[in-house]
Design a protein around this ligand. Structure first.
Ligand code: 5GP
Length: 187
């Protein structure tokens, strides 16, 4: 069977240079170190590369959220941060900001804990899908209204460990989640 078409949004080199740019931005801004609060599980590859590319001290912590249905607006914390962020410089690290519901929820949740500062760093931004306005301080790449996989972004657990970011057809994936495995993993 022929592999379906896809578009490379960022190849491995493009991913690496975006991460390097973001790491430089953060290193410049937070001289005294920063707490990187990452959303499981999609942001793990990004967080790992970002924290190591930074030239400042960082503390990494994780949280997990549940969404009942994409786009319904209902988000809740499944696993909270372990550390107290009161009076700390905090950056929320996201894989992609889509509707903004996740970021908006986390912003409200963390603001109440009185951090010294709070900002959002996302690897991918898809502004066309926004339902909740969120201010993104650091953006890796902005994409049009396309579904992407790779570099942490999965489809039912697949494609997360790709070193590149690719735009694929969500309808094709819905009928065959493995449709792009051959094309994306061998090239
Ligand atoms: P939102 O901004 O809508 O609250 O949520 C973003 C979450 O939806 C992401 O963390 C990710 O899990 C999922 N998501 C949104 N858009 C995409 C996409 O294009 N590809 C993949 N793989 N996941 C997406």
């Amino acid at each position: 069977m022929n592999s379906p078409d896809y578009r490379v949004v960022l190849d491995q080199q493009g991913v690496e240079s975006s991460v390097a740019r973001l790491a430089a931005e953060l290193s410049e801004k937070y001289h005294d170190g920063v707490v990187l609060a990452a959303v499981l599980r999609g942001s793990v590859p990004f967080l790992s590369d970002l924290s190591r590319a930074m030239s400042i001290r960082s503390v990494v912590d994780f949280l997990a959220i549940t969404k009942y249905e994409r786009g319904t607006g209902r988000v809740r914390l499944l696993k909270d941060l372990d550390i107290d962020i009161t009076d700390r410089e905090v950056v929320i690290v996201e894989d992609i900001v889509d509707t903004g519901l996740t970021s908006g929820f986390l912003w409200g949740e963390f603001s109440r804990r009185s951090p010294r500062s709070l900002s959002i760093c996302t690897f991918v931004d898809r502004p066309s899908a926004r339902m909740v306005p969120v201010e993104l301080d650091h953006i890796g790449v902005e994409i049009p209204d396309e579904f992407v996989v790779g570099y942490g972004l999965d489809y039912r657990g697949r494609y997360r460990n790709l070193r590149m970011l690719a735009s694929v057809d969500a309808d094709i994936l819905a009928s065959d989640p493995d449709a792009y495995v051959e094309a994306l993993y061998v090239s």
